[in-house]
Design a protein around this ligand. Structure first.
Ligand code: FMN
Length: 403
């Protein structure tokens, strides 16, 4: 249950959402009752899992998921070899109609994937007629390859991205068109520019990252093990957040187009970070697959209290606030010297900072022989911040070095 009474609504390409939190195209949106449950829980919108024309074969393979765990925590990253929905456009049309009738204040987006011009255009026209609010186009599914190389994603080809976006926009009469790209390119700004040249209303970034999830060292079979074989997965979840943030920032700094973020968010803080680097709305998938639809309560409360605390009137006011702080390496300030400093009463004497600095830093930390507290040598410490990063007790901080 949410505890705030703040208006969190936001405008995305002319479509009003009750809050910026949206379910991305994935299993949590591939069933009518599941989307109903999500809307009842409070989600602002849902992108129905990617659909296709009735003739498109969708040949799923199970098991389709595996994960990387780290430090005793489950699912730092989730890998899937899922494809688009097995529910074709006829089913999705009916779902969209029902959802818009039952939840008129929620945003229903449909994700589509075609393999030729007529298919993309048919999907757009039929879904607009069914009443969806937004059309999201999956240009980052290996299945829908129309790029230069077989198996390549559409969004890996600048020309194909612009051309197909153009076809889709030609067919769309009412709905904003969002193009979902991939972070797996050399220059995402070029892709975003192609999306804009093609006439799209917004961009969805950054999606899953192609990955090999692991290898069973006993059987030599990578994960997930499909009867002795495996293939590359799409990596999602918390491990991908830094890639998403970088992708969002690069696009937002160079291309004037609204962005909906996807890739890695779990908490309200993650979502706020994504908005601070340019996202208008934030899509969630792995976090919901892990913790359920009810995380929406914390997302809404967290955002509301953050806005109050910082004195912002509405969610839109934080979009892009961090962008001017991202500069090239050459433009970073070099005048001020900072060094590590110990907050003694927090130190748990685990020695980790000492070991890290000794073997991976600058040998600037000694242990006091009587107290075992780390002692930082200001002459040797260049301020690299390795010790602050690894300290499990937040007992180290950076301070300005005395001249
Ligand atoms: C099992 C699974 C299936 C997915 N299916 C689709 C899909 O059909 N269409 C699509 O555009 N994205 C699909 N995605 C990608 C998600 O929509 C989302 O962009 C991605 O998982 C990154 O967000 P997250 O870190 O919040 O999970 C899928 C993701 C998962 C985990």
């Amino acid at each position: 249950m949410i505890t705030h009474d703040r208006d969190l609504s936001i405008d995305f390409c002319g479509v009003r959402l009750p809050n910026p939190f949206v379910l991305s195209a994935a299993p949590p949106t591939d069933d009518l009752d599941m989307v109903r449950a999500a809307f009842d829980a409070g989600w602002g919108g849902a992108v129905l899992k990617t659909t296709s024309v009735e003739t498109e074969p969708v040949d799923l393979v199970y098991p389709m998921m595996s994960a990387v765990h780290f430090g005793g925590q489950r699912v730092m990253g989730l890998g899937n070899i899922d494809l688009i929905s097995q529910h074709h456009i006829d089913v999705v049309e009916r779902r969209a109609q029902t959802l818009k009738a039952e939840y008129p204040d929620r945003v229903v987006a449909a994700s589509i994937m075609g393999s030729k011009k007529e298919e993309w255009q048919t999907l757009v026209k039929r879904l607009e007629a069914a009443g969806v609010d937004i059309i999201e186009c999956s240009f980052s599914c290996p299945q829908g390859s129309m790029g230069a190389e077989p198996g390549a994603m559409l969004a890996q080809s600048i020309d194909a991205t612009e051309r197909v976006t153009n076809w889709i926009k030609d067919a769309a009469e009412r709905c904003p068109v969002v193009i979902k790209i991939t972070p797996q390119v050399t220059d995402v700004v070029k892709v975003a520019r192609a999306v804009k040249r093609g006439g799209a209303d917004a961009i969805c970034a950054a999606n899953t990252i192609p990955a090999l999830m692991g290898v069973d060292v006993e059987t030599f079979v990578p994960c997930p093990n499909v009867d002795g074989y495996s293939t590359y997965s799409g990596l999602s979840g918390p491990a991908t957040k830094p890639v998403t943030l970088r992708t969002l920032a690069e696009i937002a700094k160079h291309v004037d187009i609204p962005i909906t973020a996807t890739g890695g968010p779990v908490t309200w803080r993650d979502a706020v970070e994504m908005m601070l680097v340019g996202a208008t709305t934030v899509q969630f998938c792995t976090a919901v697959m892990h913790y359920g639809y009810d995380i929406i309560d914390d997302l809404q409360d967290g955002l509301a209290f953050y806005l109050d605390d910082k004195g912002f009137a509405k969610p839109a006011d934080i979009i892009g606030k961090a962008l001017k702080r991202i500069v090239s390496h050459g433009e970073l300030p070099r005048d001020k010297k900072v060094i590590a400093s110990l907050i003694e009463d927090r130190c748990v004497k685990c020695d980790l900072c000492y070991i890290a600095c000794r073997d991976g830093g600058h040998q600037a930390i000694k242990l006091d022989p009587s107290t075992r507290l780390p002692q930082i040598d200001p002459e040797k410490c260049p301020g690299c911040r390795l010790c602050v990063t690894i300290c499990p007790a937040d007992a180290l901080t950076m301070v300005e070095a005395k001249a």
